[in-house]
Design a binder for this molecule. Structure first.
Ligand code: HEC
Length: 149
């Protein structure tokens, strides 16, 4: 191979890798944004349901938003993207054990739908009592598929 060809080839290779890295960065930022939004609604729901903050009129808004966002989680992980910058906490096992990961997502979606249904009834105490399966789904998936800090 001539030197010129080698130079041109390595230029293409580094462009290709650079392109992939950028696409992966965006993918990681996107799914972290989605998970952060889910975390924000979960925190708001906990404050209203257990913390007694005076925003019971916001409870349906948060539980409906959470329900909608949980339906995006599975497809937000469809691309295998692992980056150091931003630091991802997603484990490679997500893509190696996809059916197990999908099982946790299904649990999350089901739990969030149940909480939203309970919240529509307007009883804050009932919502507090309905939250455990939701926390179990977060915890189960994070223990298996999210790296420790
Ligand atoms: C099916 C698996 C799964 C479920 C269920 C799940 N998570 Fe996560 N979560 C992850 C993974 C994987 C990450 C790491 C994403 C990354 O860093 O690329 C994450 C990241 C997060 C983050 C950090 C976002 C950031 O900025 O890095 C928060 C907050 C979070 N999850 C909250 C929750 C809450 C609250 C629930 C339950 C209501 C939940 N998650 C349910 C897999 C899950």
């Amino acid at each position: 191979m001539s030197k010129k060809t080698t130079v041109i080839l390595s230029l293409f290779v580094s462009l290709a890798i650079g392109g992939t890295a950028n696409a992966q960065e965006g993918t990681v930022k996107y799914r972290q944004g989605l998970m952060g939004a889910i975390g924000g609604h979960a925190e708001a729901i906990a404050q209203i349901a257990y913390g007694g903050v005076d925003y019971t009129d916001h409870l349906v808004g948060h539980t409906e938003a959470l329900k909608a966002l949980t339906t995006l989680v599975l497809t937000a992980f469809r691309e295998e993207a692992i980056t150091e910058d931003p630091p991802t906490r997603a484990k490679e096992e997500i893509w190696q054990e996809w059916p197990k990961f999908e099982g946790y997502v299904n649990d999350l979606e089901q739990a969030a739908a149940d909480v939203a249904k309970t919240a529509a009834g307007g009883d804050v105490g009932a919502v507090a009592g309905s939250l455990d399966p939701l926390w179990d789904s977060c915890k189960g998936c994070h223990e298996s598929f999210r790296k420790r800090r």
